[in-house]
Structure formats: structure tokens, C-alpha cells
Design a protein around this ligand. Structure first.
Ligand SMILES: *Cc1c(COP(=O)(O)O)cnc(C)c1O
Length: 356
């Protein structure tokens, strides 16, 4: 085995997709699998295709192209509001895009018309998280303008919470987007096909009625990949937690003072770090660093292992409370959060080990 590596349990992944898909189907919600967490990995995508996934969304066009190369013929949605510079290429691979700028709709329409295609747009509305989306009061006018563009059609409206502002989806803000949809339908005399109500965090509203009645699409990544919902700080108990696991090798094991010695500047990422004096502590260095993982969302499996920090190529852990005797060359396992997963899947240095 070559370390660091990431174990990818394809059966568990399939299980998570199937379970969530069943739950969504019962509520008449179309499940769009958000694939950005696995950086276009073909084996993972093939697994999802074998499970009959028919709607995916990715923020990177490169990943979507990768999936089309695999003959994925289902719906592909550009999840990040599009860059002007990618639209001309993107329209060949996508069915739909999230949008929030009139200009992007103009470009989408012009380019799509050239190839006799109509691209669906899902207009994003900012109902509080303050990342992408038109403000609610501007939605009506926005739609009135873009609805005339010949190369696009209004597929739906959508919203995203729990990403920048960490705003929790609840009945109140979800009700808001439902009302907006109805207002637009009434005023313009149209029917809006899709209400794309949110991401993993919104699955928290399952069972509360509202979701079942109006929201008919969710875009979900984290729940399927990690059985986790960071916004609501919960694990999703009906899904499997360990689709992914990172393993890294110990390259130094020593007792050292917990405090650095010398006049202190900034660490490698420009931060001034405060250290607690715990005297001499037992520590290990693992051969995995911030080029490979984000240590802030890494969870050691072995009891008593505590993450101290990382630099570009080293992960430092404290072993004071670890009962197991460890040696040079031993391998430690870690569960991952979203940011650690993104980095690990993107790093060419982290070997991918598929479990079938
Ligand atoms: C990343 C993303 C998602 C998926 O979020 P998860 O928390 O992984 O479910 C959904 N919608 C948008 C717009 C995103 O950027």
C-alpha cells in the first residue's frame, strides 16, 4: 500500500444514494446528486450510474465533462452560477444551470441558440445565507426579463442555505421561497416546474410537511457522501458514515515540549497560533499535509489521538491520551468532513483505494 490513501467504499455510497432516493421519492422530491465532493472521480460516478442516478449537479464543468465521457446521459446541472468564460463550452454538456445574473442568461441564451439548444435555468434566490441569488424583492423583475430570452427556459427557482452564512433551513425561510414561487406563478400566469429547495441541510425538514407539499427538488452531496449535515451539526443516522476513510503513515514519534521555543512569528499559513503549555507530550507526525487534507475536518478513528495542526506536508497529532502503543511506520485512520474530503479527492498525492 502507498500512503496517504483514501478508501472509497462504493457499496456504502450506493446504499446512501438508494436510501436517500427512496426517501425523496416518497415525498415526490427529485433527488439531484451533488458530485463536487469527489472531483470527477469516474469509478464513483460509474457506481452512481449503476444505481440509476438520473440527475447530478457539479460546480466544475471539467467534472461534468468527465461524466459525459462515461456516457452519463441523465440530467447535468451546472451548480455554480456560470462564469462568462465557460458558458460557450458548458452548453454542450449541461441541461440546466443555476443563475443569478441577467448577463449570464443573455450569454447562455445566445450561445445555446447557436447550437439549437435550450438550456434550463434555475433562478437562485438569496433567502438569507448571503451567497448567490437575487434578493427576493427583485425576483419578479428578474424573471420577467429573462423569460423572453429564446435560448433558455425557466426550469425553476431555487435557494441555498447553510453554506456561507451557515443559515439553518427552517419552516420560515422555506415558506418564503414557496411564497415567492406562487407570487411569480400568479403574476406571470405560468407554472414553475421546479422548486429546488436546498441541500443536505434542508433534508432536516423531512417529516415536517412543508417539504413534501411544495419543494420538489433537493441538491444533495454531503448526506450521500458522508452521512453528515454540518450546518445542523448532526449525523444522518439512516445513512452510512464511512464511505470514505483516509489513512496516513507515522514518520516521527517523539516526546516534545508542547510549547515552541524562540520568538514567535506566524505559522506557514500566516496565522499567529496560541499554544497551551501541557509540558512534555507524546506526539506523532504523519506523512499527510494541508496539500492533501484539511485537518480541521479530519476525525481520528483511534481513541485518544488528537489533531494539533498541519503544515503543507505534515500532520501533527498528540498521543497523551492514546492507550495503544504506536510505532514508526504505523498507519492511522481518519474519518472526513466535507472540506477534508474535497481536498483529499483533489490531491493527486492521495491514492484512491476502491472497495467494491
Ligand atoms: C455544494 C452545493 C450543494 C450541495 O450541498 P451539500 O451540503 O453537499 O448537500 C447544493 N447546492 C449548491 C448551490 C451547492 O453549491
Amino acid at each position: 500500500m502507498k500512503y496517504p490513501l483514501i478508501d472509497i467504499d462504493l457499496q456504502k455510497l450506493k446504499y446512501n444514494f438508494n436510501e436517500l432516493n427512496k426517501k425523496c421519492s416518497k415525498k415526490n422530491i427529485k433527488l439531484t446528486v451533488v458530485t463536487k465532493g469527489f472531483a470527477g472521480d469516474q469509478k464513483i460516478m460509474k457506481t452512481l450510474m449503476m444505481a440509476n442516478v438520473n440527475s447530478i449537479a457539479d460546480s466544475r464543468l471539467d467534472n461534468i465533462k468527465e461524466f459525459r465521457d462515461l456516457n452519463y446521459n441523465g440530467e447535468a446541472i451546472l451548480l455554480r452560477i456560470p462564469k462568462k468564460s465557460e458558458i460557450k463550452e458548458a452548453i454542450n454538456y449541461i441541461d440546466c444551470s443555476l443563475v443569478s445574473e441577467k448577463e449570464s442568461c443573455i450569454y447562455l441564451s445566445e450561445e445555446a441558440k447557436k447550437i439549437n439548444k435550450k438550456i434550463g435555468v434555475i433562478v437562485m434566490v438569496d433567502i438569507g445565507d448571503r451567497r448567490e441569488g437575487v434578493m427576493p424583492e427583485n425576483l419578479m423583475n428578474f424573471i420577467k426579463e429573462i423569460i423572453k430570452f429564446p435560448g433558455i427556459y425557466l426550469e425553476g427557482i431555487g435557494t441555498n442555505l447553510g453554506c456561507y452564512g451557515g443559515v439553518i433551513p427552517d419552516l420560515k425561510n422555506t415558506q418564503k421561497i414557496i411564497e415567492l414561487k406562487k407570487e411569480v406563478e400568479n403574476e406571470l400566469g405560468i407554472e414553475i416546474n421546479r422548486l429546488s429547495g436546498g441541500n443536505t441541510a434542508t433534508t432536516n425538514l423531512f417529516g415536517q410537511g412543508l417539504l413534501e407539499s411544495e419543494v420538489n427538488n433537493l441538491r444533495v452531496g454531503e448526506a450521500i457522501l458522508l452521512a453528515n449535515d454540518i450546518t445542523n451539526q448532526r449525523q444522518i443516522e439512516y445513512l452510512k458514515r464511512d464511505v470514505f476513510k483516509v489513512r496516513a503513515e507515522i514518520i516521527e514519534l517523539k516526546k516534545k515540549p508542547s510549547l515552541p521555543s524562540g520568538s514567535q512569528g506566524c505559522n506557514f499559513s500566516g496565522e499567529k497560533v496560541q499554544f497551551k503549555d501541557k509540558g512534555i507530550v507524546k506526539r506523532a507526525i504523519l506523512a499527510i499535509g494541508s496539500q492533501d487534507i484539511d485537518h480541521s475536518s479530519l476525525i481520528p478513528e483511534l481513541k485518544g489521538v488528537e489533531i494539533l495542526g498541519s503544515s503543507s506536508d505534515h500532520l501533527l497529532v498528540e498521543l497523551s491520551n492514546c492507550k495503544k502503543e504506536l510505532n514508526y511506520g504505523d498507519v492511522l485512520n481518519f474519518k472526513l468532513g466535507y472540506s477534508a474530503l474535497l481536498r483529499a479527492m483533489t490531491s493527486p498525492y492521495v491514492k484512491k483505494n476502491y472497495l467494491y
